[in-house]
Design a protein around this ligand. Structure first.
Ligand SMILES: Nc1ncnc2c1ncn2[C@@H]1O[C@H](COP(=O)(O)OP(=O)(O)OP(=O)(O)O)[C@@H](O)[C@H]1O
Ligand SMILES: [Mg+2]
Length: 415
C-alpha cells in the first residue's frame, strides 16, 4: 500500500444495511453486524429503506438485514415492498425476526427472503447467514419482462402434450416451441394458459429458441421436487412476452437420472393444475421416466424423418412400448421435412414407410428451409419472425385443431 493511501484512507464501502423500525431495539444485531462487517454497514428505517433501494447505488449492497418483531406484523406490505426492491437490485435479504407468527415469516420468505435468523440472535448465527448469502451466487438476474408474473391458480386441468424426436434433430424442439406459442395465441379473446417444459435436461434448446436465460432456480426446483409448491414452480418459470411460460433446462448439464419418475410426475402435475396446455420437449433418448411422461400425456407427438435412422428407432420404440403394454396408441407421428404434395415419388415413400412400420403418419410437416433455423437462432417463435413459412402455417393449423378438440371435449364434459 502506498503512503498516500495510508494517509488518506478510502471511505469504507458500505456492503450491507440493517433495516428496522428502530435498530436500537435490536442491540444484539448491532453488535453482530459490527463483529462481522466492522464499519462497512449502514442502518435505515423502514420508511427510508424503500427510497434508498430504488437508487442505482443500492445495487452495491451485498445484503440487507431486515429486523422485525410482532409490532411490525400488522402491516407487512411495506416490508414486502422493501424485499421486492432489494431483489430487483439483486441484493440478498436476511430476515431477523422476534416473535413473528409462522404465517408471516413464511410469507416474507416466499416474497424473497434468502435467510432467516431468530432474534435474540443465537451465537454465530448471523455470521453464518452472512457467509451463506455472500457465497451463493446472486439470484439469477432475470430481465423484468422475462419474469413470470402469472400467479398460481391450481384450478386447471391441463392437456399434456409431449413432443419426442424418434431420432436427434428431427424437429422435436421446433415443434414443441412453436406449437406452444401457437396455442398461447390461438384465441385472443380467451387465451389459454400455456406452459412449456424443457425436459431435455442435458441438451435442451428451448431457452435458445426463445432467447431466454437459463437459471439456477431451475436446478433448485428439480433437485427437491417434494418441497415444490405451486408458488415455487411458478417462480422458476420464465415468460415469453407474458404469454408463454417456460421451464428451461438447467444451466449446467445434469445427469438424466437425477430425476426419477416421482419427480417428473410432480412436475407435470404442478404444470397441469396451473395451465390449460402443458407442452413438453423430451430428449430423443428413452429414460427412466419416459413412461411417466407417456402415461401423463393426452397426445404424444413423435417426430421422425423419411430416413432409415428414424424408421429403425420408431420400430424399436414401438416394440418396447408394446412389450410392456404401454399405450402406444397415444403416439401421433409427425413426419418432418415431409415431401410436398406434388412429389408423387415422395408420397409413395411416405406410404411405404408407414406401412412397413405399421403406424399411421397423421402429420406432415413441410421443410421450411434455411429460414427456420435462422429464425430459431434469433430466438423468436416462427409466428413472430417468419409467419408465412409453410412449416409455421402447418403448426398453427395443428394448434387450432388441438384447441378445437379440447374446447369441444370440455364443453361435452361440462354439460
Ligand atoms: N421442417 C423444417 N424445416 C426447416 N428446418 C427445420 C425443420 N424442422 C427443424 N428444422 C431445423 O432443424 C434443426 C433441428 O431441429 P430441432 O432442434 O427442432 O430438432 P430436435 O429434434 O429438437 O433436435 P435434438 O435432438 O437436438 O433435440 C434446427 O436447426 C431447426 O431449425
Ligand atoms: Mg431438441
Amino acid at each position: 500500500m502506498s503512503t498516500s493511501a495510508a494517509l488518506q484512507p478510502e471511505p469504507q464501502p458500505i456492503i450491507a444495511c440493517t433495516i428496522s423500525r428502530d435498530v436500537q431495539i435490536f442491540d444484539l444485531l448491532i453488535e453482530d453486524m459490527e463483529s462481522a462487517l466492522g464499519e462497512n454497514w449502514g442502518d435505515l428505517s423502514f420508511n427510508d429503506a424503500l427510497a434508498f433501494l430504488e437508487q442505482p447505488e443500492a445495487s452495491e449492497l451485498q445484503f440487507v438485514a431486515i429486523a422485525l418483531d410482532s409490532e411490525d406484523e400488522d402491516d407487512l406490505s411495506l416490508i414486502v415492498d422493501i424485499i421486492a426492491a432489494a431483489k430487483a437490485k439483486s441484493v440478498k435479504v436476511i430476515l431477523i425476526a422476534e416473535d413473528l407468527t409462522p404465517a408471516s415469516l413464511h410469507q416474507l420468505l416466499r416474497e424473497g427472503g434468502d435467510e432467516f435468523v431468530p432474534y435474540p440472535l443465537p451465537e454465530g448465527e448471523l455470521r453464518e447467514a452472512i457467509q451463506r448469502v455472500q457465497n451463493t451466487p446472486t439470484h439469477d438476474p432475470v430481465a423484468p419482462e422475462m419474469r413470470n408474473t402469472l400467479s398460481a391458480t391450481e384450478d386447471r386441468s391441463g392437456v399434456v402434450i409431449p413432443v419426442h424426436g424418434m431420432a436427434g434433430g428431427t424437429g422435436a424442439t421446433t415443434l414443441a416451441v412453436n406449437l406452444a406459442w401457437e396455442l398461447a395465441n390461438v384465441d385472443p379473446e380467451l387465451a389459454p394458459r400455456v406452459c412449456l417444459l424443457d425436459l431435455d435436461l442435458q441438451f435442451g434448446t428451448v431457452a435458445t429458441y426463445l432467447d431466454l436465460p437459463r437459471r439456477e432456480a431451475v436446478l433448485e426446483l428439480l433437485t427437491d421436487t417434494e418441497a415444490m409448491d405451486s408458488e415455487a414452480f411458478m417462480q422458476a418459470l420464465l415468460s415469453y412476452e407474458q404469454k408463454l411460460h417456460v421451464l428451461t433446462s438447467p444451466t449446467d448439464m445434469i445427469p438424466l437420472d437425477l430425476l426419477g419418475p416421482a419427480d417428473i410426475e410432480r412436475l407435470i402435475e404442478m404444470a397441469r393444475i396451473n395451465f390449460d396446455y402443458v407442452v413438453i420437449d423430451l430428449p430423443a433418448t428413452m429414460v427412466e421416466w419416459s413412461e411417466t411422461v407417456l402415461s401423463a400425456a393426452h397426445v404424444y407427438f413423435a417426430t421422425l424423418e423419411l430416413d432409415m435412422r428414424s424408421a429403425q428407432n420408431t420400430l424399436r420404440l414401438k416394440r418396447a412400448l408394446q412389450s410392456e403394454e404401454l399405450p402406444f396408441e397415444k403416439l401421433r407421428f409427425a413426419l418432418n421435412r415431409a415431401p410436398g404434395f406434388t412429389d408423387l415419388n415422395g408420397k409413395s415413400r411416405v406410404k411405404r414407410l408407414a406401412e412397413s412400420l405399421g403406424i399411421s403418419i397423421e402429420l406432415l410437416l413441410p421443410d421450411g428451409g434455411k429460414p427456420v433455423s435462422q429464425n430459431a437462432d434469433h430466438g423468436v417463435p416462427m409466428a413472430e419472425g417468419i409467419p408465412k413459412n409453410a412449416l409455421r402455417k402447418e403448426i398453427a393449423k395443428l394448434a387450432k385443431s388441438v384447441h378445437d378438440v379440447n374446447v369441444a371435449e370440455t364443453a361435452k364434459a361440462g354439460g
